[in-house]
Design a protein around this ligand. Structure first.
Ligand SMILES: NC(=O)c1ccc[n+]([C@@H]2O[C@H](COP(=O)([O-])OP(=O)(O)OC[C@H]3O[C@@H](n4cnc5c(N)ncnc54)[C@H](OP(=O)(O)O)[C@@H]3O)[C@@H](O)[C@H]2O)c1
Length: 327
């Protein structure tokens, strides 16, 4: 099969595209014919050796796919050959075939196409877990979403609206904010033009946001802790800006707020039943038309470098996917 390979750390141009042997599933794994591979910001970190999980060389990047089950291991019971699935493979997704652990494979609704499936699991799973289990967001609360047009950000807007929150979207360009508005955001802040913390206070009667969803970190985190409401929850999701911020602890004291870590990958492993319920809830919301995943950029598998560079150039809007086979 054809696969993208990472043999040493570096930029996307450092990867190779080669013919390799098909992977073989063990007893608890599922072999999948990949139709589309969903890319995520962490893929760019992993190929540069900057991610918390680094597979041994050579490895095929790509954590999630949409595809059809080709073969199952002896102990697998939740899917069978021919099922249309999304799969969290962890690694190996940028290839014609991938093996995934049974626990990471879910049958998808009939109405969901493969490109959508390939980019659904991580962003919606992360944002749902963040807003439901970590923030316990309530109807009528104000949710501020940073990096609002990116993968996890757009998902957070839609899920926040589904939970009955008022959503303020913040992003770096007016074009990105228009995408956030289309996803349902009530108010918009361009944080290239405006001082984020002042704008948030203006929009919230000087109270600040009840829940802040932060996949950006750096300067935006520094401002967020200064515009959070009393008993607010600041969700630490990621550091796309490249800087992991530090917190003067007196600010948490003064605001009576919580700084709440979100680690979806660990949550799935530690709380599989809660994760399974979240997935059912998300498929229900999708089937009801309350989630409208945006796949903005789609490339053939061989153009993996162009696709990964979209994240590095800060141009990702919604999902970036690689089409591996035609449906
Ligand atoms: N905690 C978890 O479990 C979990 C799960 C999935 C992802 N994540 C993390 O969440 C973050 C976002 O992931 P994603 O897939 O949504 O990525 P994405 O689609 O690229 O979105 C990231 C957003 O961050 C903003 N940004 C600010 N500075 C940036 C920079 N220097 N380069 C690139 N983007 C920058 C961009 O919006 P503006 O231009 O509008 O600022 C962009 O839309 C990543 O750090 C990822 O590792 C965490």
């Amino acid at each position: 099969m054809k696969a993208v390979l990472c043999k040493s750390y570096g930029p996307p141009e450092n990867l190779t595209f080669e013919e390799i042997d098909d992977p073989k599933p063990n007893a608890s794994e599922v072999l999948i014919d990949v139709y589309a591979a969903g890319l995520n910001f962490p893929d760019t970190l992993q190929i540069e050796g900057k991610y918390q999980f680094q597979p041994p060389f050579p490895f095929t990047p790509g954590s999630e796919v949409g595809g059809i089950v080709a073969e199952v291991g002896a102990s697998v019971t939740n899917v069978k050959p021919g099922d249309r699935v999304l799969a969290m493979a962890g690694v190996g997704g940028m290839a014609e075939r991938v093996v995934a652990p049974e626990a990471g494979v879910e049958r998808i609704p009939d109405s969901m196409d493969m490109k959508t499936a390939s980019g659904f699991g991580m962003i919606y799973g992360t944002s749902y877990h963040a807003l439901k289990q970590r923030a316990d967001i309530q109807p009528g609360e104000t949710l501020l979403v940073l990096g609002a047009s990116g993968g996890v950000g757009l998902a957070a807007i839609e899920i926040g609206k589904a939970f009955g929150a008022r959503v303020i979207a913040a992003a770096s360009t007016d074009e990105k904010l228009q995408v956030a508005k289309n996803a349902g955001a009530d108010d918009l802040i361009n944080y290239s033009d405006d001082v984020l913390k002042e704008k948030v206070k203006d929009l919230t009667n000087q109270n600040g946001a009840d829940v802040i969803y932060d996949p950006v970190g750096g300067d935006m985190f520094d401002q967020s802790i200064r515009c959070i409401n009393w008993k607010g929850r600041l969700l630490v999701v990621g550091f796309a800006s490249g800087r992991i911020p530090s917190l003067p602890a007196n600010l948490a004291l003064l605001k009576g707020c919580q700084i709440v870590g979100v680690f979806w990958g660990a949550f799935r492993g530690r709380e599989p039943e809660v994760h399974a319920q979240n997935t059912r809830d998300l498929f229900d919301l999708y089937s009801q038309g309350k989630l409208k995943p945006l796949v903005k950029d789609c490339f053939p598998l061989a153009q993996y470098a162009d696709a990964l560079n979209i994240f590095i150039q800060r141009k990702a809007v919604g999902k970036v996917v690689l089409e591996v086979r035609k449906e």
